[in-house]
Ligand binder design. Sequence first.
Ligand code: FES
Length: 112
Amino acid sequence: MARIHVQGTEVDITSYPGETMLDALKRTGNAIRVGCRRGGCAICKVEVVEGTYEYTRPIADKVLTEEEIAKGTCLTCRAIPTSDMVVSLAGHHERVNTLMTFFQQHAQNKAV
Ligand code: FES
């Protein structure tokens, strides 16, 4: 399990083992734009400010530019956290369900 902190918010998400960043973010009330869910369109991209992740399934070769890769952009539909992370939604996505986030965080705090 890894913690994903959404930069600029007080939101910390605990991801489940093997869970993609996309699923963890959506499960906790973040509206992440989604396209192919197969690493082929880059609609789901976010910027990783801190932390590491891995792609356990392939992504398209040319879907991210070298500049995006250099600044830490990743495809959330395929990325699985391998450490605690800080991510920036960078204006691409929005937090829309704060009530869901509240209940998710409450449930996580009880589980600890
Ligand atoms: S949804 Fe298409 S690359 Fe993630």
